[in-house]
Write a protein that binds this ligand. Structure first.
Ligand SMILES: Nc1ncnc2c1ncn2[C@@H]1O[C@H](COP(=O)(O)OP(=O)(O)O)[C@@H](O)[C@H]1O
Ligand SMILES: O=P(O)(O)OC[C@H]1O[C@](O)(COP(=O)(O)O)[C@@H](O)[C@@H]1O
Ligand SMILES: [Mg+2]
Length: 503
C-alpha cells in the first residue's frame, strides 16, 4: 500500500487571492474525446428548472467567515449536471464498491448511484463489486438494477459487503480494464464509497488509470461514521449515529438515576476523532463528562476524573460519562496491533475506565457506587440512515454521478458550506478532521457538562500563548471562530505531546 501522489494539484488562481483547487478531468490526459448533450435536457422533471445546468465557472468558497481585507482563498468546483457529458449512455459500464467500516447510509448511496445513472442518464450497466477492494480481482460481482436496489436504503450495512485490507492497485486496475471473457469491457465509471483509507486507495487507482491512459472516471463518496474526513461539512451517517447514541445515553441515565450513586458509562465510536461523543453529549444534556481522543485526561489527584465523579455524586446522586473509543488509549497498556488496513486496533477503554472507577471507589470506601457500562458502538453503526442523512446521501450520490458523466475524475463529492462540490482526492486524504479543543465547540461542551478540562493553569497559559496573535483565518476556512470546529491546521498530536510533557 502507499499513496504517493505523483500528479500535480490542479490549481487555478484569480484576483484578490482567489484559488480554485480543481479536480482532474479526462481531457487532461486524453485528447479528442467526444462529447454528447446531457440527456437531462430532455427529462421532464428537470427541463423546467431555471438554469438547471451548473455554470462551468461556479465555485464554492471554503472560507465563509471573512474580513474586509481577507483574500478570497480556496474554492472548490460546484457539483451538479453539466451541459455536455463525456459518456454516451449505452457505452458506459459503471461499478460501485464499498470499503472500510460500516456506516449508516451506505445502501442509500448505492441505491441513488444506480437510480441516477439509469433514470437521469440512461446508464443501465452497473456492477456491484462484492466485499470491498479485493472483490475487483476475485471477480465477485452482482448486476445492480433500479429494481434490485429499490428498497435497500431501509436496511443498515451495505448490500455489497465491505472489507479492510486487500488493496492491490495493479490487480484492481487490470480488472477494471478487462472484465469479461472474450469481450473486453472497460468499466468506464468507478464509484468508490469509503473513508480515509479507501480514498487513499481510490487515489492510487486513479493515478494508475491515468498512467494507462484509460477513459475511466474514478469518483469517491466519503464515508466515515467518525466524521474524521477534512474539508467537508460533515460525513453521511454522522447525524444518524449521534441520534442513535441518544438511546444509549438515555438508558445509561435511567440506570444511573435509579440507583444510589449510580454511574452510567457509555462508549461511542471515534477512533481518533471525538465528534460523535461531543455532539451526542451536547444533544443529550444528561451527560456529566465527555472524554474524547483529542483531550487527554487523568484519573487521580486534583482536577482528575475521580475527584470530579465524587463531586458530581455528592451534588446530584448520579452521573453519566460518555467516552469515545479512542480516548485515553495512552493510559492503557500499549499492544501495537493493527487491522488488515493498517489501522491501530484499540483496546476497550469503556471496560477499562469502568473497572478503574469501581476499583477506586471500593478502595476508598467513602461512597458505594453502582456502575453500568453500555457499549452500543456496533448497534449504532449497523442501523439504516435517518431521514436527514438519507437526503444527504442522495445528493452526494447524484453529485458523484453528474461529475463522472461530465468527465471529471479523481474527485469525491462533498458538502462544503452547505453546497455540493467536487474535491480532489489529495485534499481529502492529506489529513484528518479532529475536534479542536481550543475551539468554541469544545468550550460549549465543557460549559454544558461542567466537567474539568483536565488542563493545568500552566497548560491553559501555553494554549493562550499559542493563540496569540489571534489565529488567522486559515485557508481551509476554519479557524478558532468556526462553528463546526475540527478543521484547523493546529496539530492535535503536538497539543497532546505538550500536555503530556507538562504533566
Ligand atoms: N494508504 C492506502 N493506500 C491504498 N489503499 C489503502 C490505504 N489505506 C487503506 N487502504 C485500503 O482501503 C480500504 C479501506 O480502508 P480502511 O482504513 O479499512 O477503511 P476506511 O476507508 O473506512 O478508512 C482497505 O481495503 C485498505 O486496504
Ligand atoms: O471493527 P471494525 O470494523 O474495525 O470497526 C471499528 C472502527 O470503525 C470505525 O467505525 C471507523 O471506521 P472507518 O475507518 O472504516 O471509517 C471506528 O469508529 C472504529 O474504531
Ligand atoms: Mg478510516
Amino acid at each position: 500500500m502507499g499513496s504517493e501522489n505523483n500528479f500535480e494539484m490542479k490549481v487555478v488562481t484569480g484576483e484578490f487571492g482567489y484559488v480554485l483547487q480543481d479536480v482532474p478531468h479526462l481531457t487532461d490526459y486524453i485528447s479528442d474525446l467526444q462529447t454528447f448533450p446531457n440527456p437531462l435536457r430532455f427529462n421532464p422533471a428537470y427541463s423546467v428548472v431555471k438554469q438547471y445546468f451548473v455554470d462551468m465557472d461556479d465555485t464554492v468558497p471554503q472560507k465563509v467567515v471573512v474580513h474586509k481585507e481577507t483574500p478570497r482563498g480556496i474554492h472548490f468546483r460546484r457539483a451538479g449536471p453539466r451541459e455536455k457529458v463525456y459518456f454516451s449512455s449505452d457505452e458506459v459500464h459503471a461499478c460501485i464498491v464499498t470499503c472500510g467500516g460500516l456506516c449508516p447510509g451506505l445502501n442509500t448511496v448505492i441505491r441513488e448511484i444506480v437510480h441516477s445513472l439509469d433514470y437521469m442518464y440512461g446508464v443501465d450497466k452497473v456492477l456491484g463489486i462484492d466485499g470491498g477492494y479485493r472483490g475487483f480481482y476475485s471477480k465477485n460481482t452482482i448486476n445492480l438494477t433500479p429494481k434490485i436496489v429499490n428498497d435497500i436504503h431501509k436496511r443498515g450495512g451495505t448490500i455489497l459487503g465491505t472489507s479492510r485490507g486487500g488493496h492491490d492497485t495493479i490487480k484492481i486496475v487490470d480488472s477494471i480494464q478487462d472484465r469479461e471473457i472474450n469481450q473486453a469491457i472497460l468499466l468506464a465509471q468507478v464509484y468508490i464509497i469509503g473513508g480515509d483509507g479507501t480514498l487513499k486507495g481510490a487515489s492510487v487507482i486513479y493515478e494508475e488509470i491515468r498512467k494507462r491512459g484509460l477513459k475511466v472516471a474514478v469518483a469517491g463518496i466519503p464515508k466515515t461514521i467518525d466524521n474524521d474526513i477534512p474539508v467537508i461539512d460533515k460525513s453521511f451517517g454522522f447525524d444518524t449515529a449521534v441520534e442513535e447514541a441518544q438511546r444509549a445515553i438515555n438508558a445509561a441515565h435511567v440506570e444511573a438515576e435509579s440507583a444510589e450513586n449510580g454511574i452510567g458509562v457509555v462508549k461511542l465510536m471515534g477512533r481518533y476523532s471525538g465528534f460523535i461523543a461531543m455532539y451526542a453529549t451536547l444533544a443529550s444534556r444528561d451527560v456529566d463528562c465527555c472524554l474524547i481522543p483529542e483531550s487527554p485526561f487523568y484519573l487521580e489527584g486534583k482536577g482528575g476524573l475521580f475527584e470530579y465523579i465524587e463531586k458530581r455524586l455528592k451534588e446530584n446522586g448520579h452521573m453519566v460519562i460518555v467516552i469515545a473509543e479512542g480516548a485515553g488509549q495512552e493510559l492503557l497498556t500499549a499492544k501495537h496491533e493493527q487491522d488488515a488496513s493498517g489501522n491501530k486496533l484499540l483496546q476497550d477503554v469503556g471496560l477499562w475506565i469502568s473497572r478503574k472507577i469501581k476499583e477506586h471507589f471500593s478502595k476508598q470506601r467513602k461512597i458505594s457506587i453502582t456502575l453500568k457500562y453500555i457499549d452500543p458502538t456496533y448497534m449504532i453503526r449497523a442501523i439504516p440512515s435517518n431521514a436527514s442523512d438519507n437526503v444527504y446521501c442522495t445528493l452526494l450520490a447524484q453529485s458523484a454521478v453528474h461529475g463522472a458523466m461530465a468527465g471529471y475524475t479523481g474527485f469525491t463529492s462533498g458538502l462544503v458550506n452547505g453546497r455540493q462540490t467536487y474535491i480532489p482526492f489529495n485534499r481529502i486524504t492529506e489529513r484528518q478532521n479532529n475536534v479542536v479543543i481550543t475551539d468554541r465547540m469544545w468550550a460549549r461542551l465543557l460549559s454544558s457538562t461542567n466537567q474539568p478540562s483536565f488542563l493545568s493553569a500552566k497548560e491553559v497559559d501555553e494554549f493562550k500563548k499559542e493563540l496569540e496573535p489571534p489565529t488567522p483565518l486559515l485557508d481551509d476556512g476554519r479557524n478558532g471562530e468556526d462553528e463546526n470546529s475540527g478543521n484547523t491546521d493546529m496539530n492535535i498530536n503536538e497539543i497532546k505531546k505538550s500536555i503530556m510533557r507538562s504533566e
